[in-house]
Design a protein around this ligand. Structure first.
Ligand SMILES: C[S@@+](CC[C@H](N)C(=O)[O-])C[C@H]1O[C@@H](n2cnc3c(N)ncnc32)[C@H](O)[C@@H]1O
Length: 508
């Protein structure tokens, strides 16, 4: 196990902040330091006052590859493209590839060298390619040098039977040297505890990737984090403050969805990261007044909402805020799992089905504040104006008004949580801007009235999302034409909305 000081040096070298192996001092560039966290284990702490939007650090992956979950979409193990027609198995190792150029790529050369070096117990073409994809990130850890392996294994790992199963399952296909197998199982435990899902380009369909970002992996979780992160096209992870961070404060990220209610966040954290969060948001039954976990009161005459009395206890009784009715935890769990199944039966690709479910069915059972409704709200926001058949020009007035209303409501929820300039806020502002701009395009007389909000929403969205590979491709163009300080005429400004598609194509 590395000491805190050795780990710090490794991290500094990993980031390229110091080349000198004997350099004990932090480079003056670091805005963070590793210390013991009051939450247990290590954490990152700010060494100076940080302002909102400031970059804390830029990390790059020690190792990356496909995600290990059992629900994996088949894709090329080099470029990650999902392409069911062109995919083929490498004749030496059985990894999935999409083209000759991916087969000749050095990434595949290294992967293939490791796997084809193992003696196969079945003909190679019979090896389960999905299992190989799921195990590939841990397999790639075998290629690291000794220093990097030591670095990797000094990160947190929860060595439990549910982690590393994808490596254990490889045994039916290969004879793997015990030392390699043990290392890969440990690597898998380290990845499960620390890896981040890597975002992909907007609208590009790719196999999900994860990466081990060593500095980022030292950030502990908070349900209202003080940072956000994004990725650039070089797989670098850029971590920025979403609100001012005082020197000496812990730097947090969020391991769950920001808009999930407390029971959902706590179960997820316990199952995947093996701890129960006890932050102020988790301890507050109303979650800062957002009521994200609330259910409708079981009394048919009462319009009130049920919430857990002691949210830090999973067995807590729930109580109605209005009439005081108490409901045992078991009844709540039954309702929650029924709601889960109902959601599981929805076709999220079908906007009409989503809209119908959102507008008429779901709020019969749960309050409008519940995370399920908020999740549906977001899904509708991302689609209205953006998908075929519901593009801006085809969108009815009522759907345009719905999009604007949903953006405003969800922005209010994120603000109530105190989420600062979170990535989600950037996306919501972008979509609100787009809805307002479309309204002004349809009724030019309204432009003067809407102008300042159109300008400020796109400007704020741009400041949050710029440089992010998953940002909408027309973000910068919209800011140039519809943001503050644009000297173009109103007609020209809206030309970008009329010709949006052509503009995006010719500026790419
Ligand atoms: C990515 S690591 C974070 C760094 C870790 N604390 C360390 O010492 O290396 C994730 C693990 O840290 C711990 N952790 C993170 N956030 C926590 C929190 N809010 N409360 C308790 N433990 C937490 C959990 O053990 C979790 O699985």
């Amino acid at each position: 196990m590395l000491s805190m000081e050795q780990l710090s040096q490794m991290l500094q070298r990993h980031l390229g902040l110091t080349n000198n192996a004997n350099e004990l001092q932090y480079s003056s560039k670091s805005k963070w330091i590793i210390m013991e966290s009051p939450l247990g284990g290590r954490g990152l702490f700010a060494t100076e006052d940080i302002s909102s939007g400031e970059v804390l650090f830029v990390d790059h992956p020690l190792v990356y590859g496909p995600r290990s979950g059992t629900i994996i979409q088949r894709g090329c193990t080099v470029c990650n493209i999902l392409n069911t027609n062109n995919l083929f198995k490498c004749y030496k190792c059985s990894l999935l590839l999409c083209s000759e150029s991916c087969q000749n790529n050095s990434v595949h050369y290294n992967d293939c060298r490791v796997i084809s070096g193992w003696h196969n117990k079945v003909p190679i073409e019979e090896v389960d390619d999905e299992l190989l994809s799921r195990a590939l990130t841990a397999i790639r850890a075998l290629i690291l040098n000794e220093d990097q392996k030591q670095f990797m294994t000094s990160l947190q790992a929860h060595v439990l039977p549910q982690h590393g199963t994808e490596i254990k399952d490889l045994q039916q296909y290969f004879e793997i040297p015990t030392e390699d197998e043990q290392f890969m199982i440990l690597a898998s435990c380290v990845l499960d505890a620390n890896a981040f899902q890597i975002a992909t380009s907007y609208e590009r369909k790719e196999m999900g990737k994860r990466g081990l970002y060593p500095v980022s992996s030292l950030m502990n979780h908070h349900c209202v984090p003080n940072t956000r992160y994004n990725y650039n096209s070089d797989l670098q992870m850029i971590v920025k403050a979403v609100k001012p961070i005082r020197a000496g404060s812990e730097i947090f990220t969020c391991y769950t969805g920001l808009l999930w209610g407390t029971p959902a966040r706590r179960i997820h954290l316990y199952k995947t990261k093996h701890f129960f969060c006890k932050c102020e948001r988790c301890a507050d039954p109303t979650e800062r007044g957002t009521l994200l976990a609330a259910l409708k009161c079981f009394s048919s005459e009462c319009p009130g909402s049920l919430l857990p009395i002691e949210p830090l206890k999973s067995s807590s009784t729930w109580r109605c805020l209005e009439c005081g009715l108490r409901v045992p935890c078991d009844n709540i769990c039954t309702l929650q799992s029924a709601l889960g199944s109902l959601m599981g039966s929805l076709d999220f690709g079908n906007v009409e089905e989503l809209e119908n479910f959102f507008l008429t069915r779901v709020t019969k059972y749960i309050p409008k504040t519940n995370q399920i409704v908020v999740d549906l709200q977001c899904r509708l926001i991302w689609k209205l104006g953006e998908v075929n058949g519901l593009s801006w020009h085809e969108l009815s007035e009522s759907r345009l008004a719905l999009k604007e209303k949903l953006c405003r409501g969800t922005l209010r929820t994120t603000a109530a949580l105190g989420a600062g300039d979170a990535h989600l806020r950037g996306l919501l502002l972008y979509h609100l801007h787009a809805a307002l701009a479309e309204r002004a395009r349809r009724s030019p007389d309204l432009y003067e009235e809407l102008k300042s909000e159109i300008e400020s929403t796109i400007d704020q969205a741009y400041n949050i999302l710029q440089g992010d590979i998953s940002a909408p491709p027309d973000l910068e163009l919209r800011r140039r034409y519809l943001g503050p300080g644009c000297d173009k005429s109103q007609e020209e400004r809206f030309f970008i909305l009329d010709k949006k598609k052509n503009f995006v194509t010719c500026t790419q």
